[in-house]
Design a protein around this ligand. Sequence first.
Ligand SMILES: Nc1ncnc2c1ncn2[C@@H]1O[C@H](COP(=O)(O)OP(=O)(O)OP(=O)(O)O)[C@@H](O)[C@H]1O
Ligand SMILES: [Mg+2]
Length: 1002
Amino acid sequence: MTVCAACGHELPEGAKFCLECGAPVAPAAAPREQRKTVTVLFCDVAGSTELGESTDPEALRALLARYFVRMKEMVERHGGTVEKFVGDAVMAVFGVPVVHEDDALRACRAAVEMRDALPELGIRGRIGVNTGEVVTGTEERLATGDAVNVAARLEQAAEPGEVLVGGETVRLVRDAVELGEERRLDLKGKSEPVAAFPLLSASGEAQRRFDTPIVGRERERRSLDDAWERVRSERGSHLFTILGAAGVGKSRLTAEFLGGVEDVSVVRGRCLSYGEGITYWPLVEVVLQLGRRPSDPRAAVAIASLLGESDEPATADEIAWAFRKLLEEASPVVCVFDDLHWAEPTFLDLVDHVVDWSRDAPILLVCIARPELLDRRSTWAGGKLNATTVLLEPLTSEETDELIERLLGDAELAKPLRARIREAAEGNPLFVEQMLAMVAESPNGDVVVPPTIQALLAARLDQLDPSERGVLERGAVEGKIFHRGGVEALAPEERDVPTTLMALVRKELVRPDRTQLLGDDAFRFRHLLIRDAAYDGLPKAARAELHERFAAWLEAHGSDLIELDEILGYHLEQAYGYRVELGLGGEETHDLAGRAAERLEAAGERALARSDVGAAIALLERARRLLPLELRPLSLELNAMRALHQSGDLDSAIAIADSMIDRGRAAGDRGAEQRGMVLRGVLVFNARSVTVEELQPVAEEAIEVFTELGDDGGLADAWSLIARAELGRLQWRAMAHAADRTLEHAERSGDPAVIREARLFAVPSRLYGPFPVEEALAFMSTSGALDAYVLSMSGQLEAMRGNFDVARQLVREGLEYAEEHGQGLLAAGISMQEEEVELSAGNAEAALAAGLKGVADLGELGERGWLSTVAGHAAEALYRLGRDDEAWQMTETADEAGAPDDVITQMLILQVRAKVLSRRGEHDEAERLGREAVAWGDPTDALAHKADSYRDLAIVLSAAGKRDEALSALAEARAFYEAKGHTVGVANVEELRAGLVASLEA
Ligand SMILES: Nc1ncnc2c1ncn2[C@@H]1O[C@H](COP(=O)(O)OP(=O)(O)OP(=O)(O)O)[C@@H](O)[C@H]1O
Ligand SMILES: [Mg+2]
């Protein structure tokens, strides 16, 4: 049956106009499919077979007819809908066609009423109630979903005369009902036992707690105080309206204000969301509280009629007039009407009347309402001089923190969780309260949207007209901030989106925001939870389609967006995900995955190019998850590997390399196979004690293959492997050459992440190679990149020329940079620069601390290549501190981690061991090791490290009494330090020489 939208009169089938009021009938909109949370009630006759046996069929038929009529009545009185009769069972849904915030409680009230009425009918019944998400508006009209089945099963499990309620319902109604003991039921088709509670009574109301001290709201309270002041001094009436979203604290604010009002009558009434006789409900409450009657007999009659004490009817005008007289006589009075958004128009007229006509009587009318009030009466309080309206805004984030603090009391709550609650609640105290309560209950401490809040928001959205709702849902597809253009593209059937958007702004659901797209308008949901509620109402099939269409629109309009790839990737990924969830495979779905992966990869690549490793890994992993291994493009695997390498997750990176090699071999794709081999080489260079001898041939073969294939990307990687091999040999000029080739090919291949990596390669060669400090620093500053590498290595250079404070600062900045960008491997590796800076500065303690931390951090990551060197420097620090045994042990750590042909590691081990042996008086062995170290260094062009090895040889020789040889070793050391511009080293040599000369002369 359809009814007229204007007057509610029943319409004959196919009517174009209403026969009652003449309003045109809008064509019936196709039922919109929606996901919503509803409460389902099943009521069945217990023992109907026996009933059938013992009762005459005609009598039985009449009995059942009476039963159906009564049950339907009760369901409808509480705003539910009878969906169907199945046999003797009644299935009712609360939340269809419109969701109410208290649907669960309504269902419970109806269930109790039904249970109590059945015996009178001579029927024993069983009732089950359950809440959950269903799909409505499908062709068969029925709500479908698991929640329905569970409700039916609960009904079957109930004893005759019993109501069993499911756990989800209980969570919504707990404060307002009385329950028996929990039962755990094994229900058919459920793997886990289901919690059920016998419902005893449902006579309470959902309660709000007002016991924690109030936070903020000083201005609004002052404004209320002022209004009251004025009412008293001017002896007039005043209408004070407090508007605000559900839970923002309107009732609470009013309670605070009333707490401070003294010596006058304070009366309160609240409008009910549904029920019989609700129009004057608040008025009856107020009159009873006033405890008096108007002195005018006509007014007294009207009031008596209002209270049901007299049968004499009174018109709405008479009641309004009589109430005004009563208030005037009771004044000064503060009269509060709460929840005015549920008021009937007659009642709103009555309030108007009191405010407009009362004379010479101090009356403050405080009216509290959600912004929906203005949907019903847009002119509320308009044009009145004696009226104030305040809109209660959300609490600030400081106030929210304070509220959390107060609500927690002594309880603990982890900082991140606190932050998430603050974010999700967005200044709504009710949300804060309920989320905290949920966290306290849930064992894993997740922040989830409490079901009560969900119900509140869903109810708000269900009141919108279909086109407003449609616009909001389409906005929700884009996200918390959305654009008019996007909505228009997704809702071509909407004729006037801008006007609808303005209506939504007026309704306090969205607000204008700064646009990110030229020539478009942006809007922001007032609350993320509103966005989520709107989105959650969309069926998944619609979500899939809308995300895809939005992506298409944005592709055409969002080319200026910096994060375009990431945003498009997100929407395509969502569309794909929903299609998979719905079991929709096929070409279209595959195609979506491919497009999503492409966008996410592009976004990941860009993140990698700006060294945002954490973001890069997340994006690339999402892209990889979208595609089965055999469909993943090579570039995606390469980028993921690079990102994982930089983050320090070497094992995962190597696993990708391995799979790439296998895949390449299986497919006979030499390029892919070689690429895997080369990158595996790069990775094991860090992860294992691999020798340069092993790496070199891998790189050379790869260069051959890639040259043949003309693969510049591959060549860049292969040269980068050569560069690493040269680095292992401490051949820095050769390393610089390989780095140049890497860069050359990287630039030709055009991959920004590789280009960046290739550029960075040049940095260590300048630091350690045959380039004077000044020149190397100049190079660093022109390299243009403010990067962890450049910063920390510049620090080491500064330390060589004695600028220790600057050096430390640069190393620290480098470390911070690496940490902030998720470059875990580099962050751990910077311990090497820290050690060398502190050793140059003569602070062995600090060098040791940095070294120990570096060894631990790198060890944790499974890194070995850098670890061996860091351990070598730590051994030197221990030696300088006189902790010779520990120094020796540390050289063993270095030895274990380092490759046998890793030059710098071998040098450091030998140098420290030589000096320790020398102190122990084993001069011959000491000299042998000292010379071996020098021999490792001689063919290299690592000036400073060579100089160090000569200096250490000199120390050993001098202790052995070989002073001339010591002096000539010092001269060598000095020459290398000088060539490097290492003034600290030069000074150090000078000091040693002076000591030696002095002892010679003595
Ligand atoms: N400023 C505040 N400081 C501390 N607690 C607050 C504050 N404002 C509200 N609360 C708490 O938040 C909850 C919701 O507040 P309240 O019931 O006043 O909201 P409301 O705006 O009246 O919502 P509704 O429209 O649903 O009636 C209450 O438990 C209340 O105690
Ligand atoms: Mg309230």
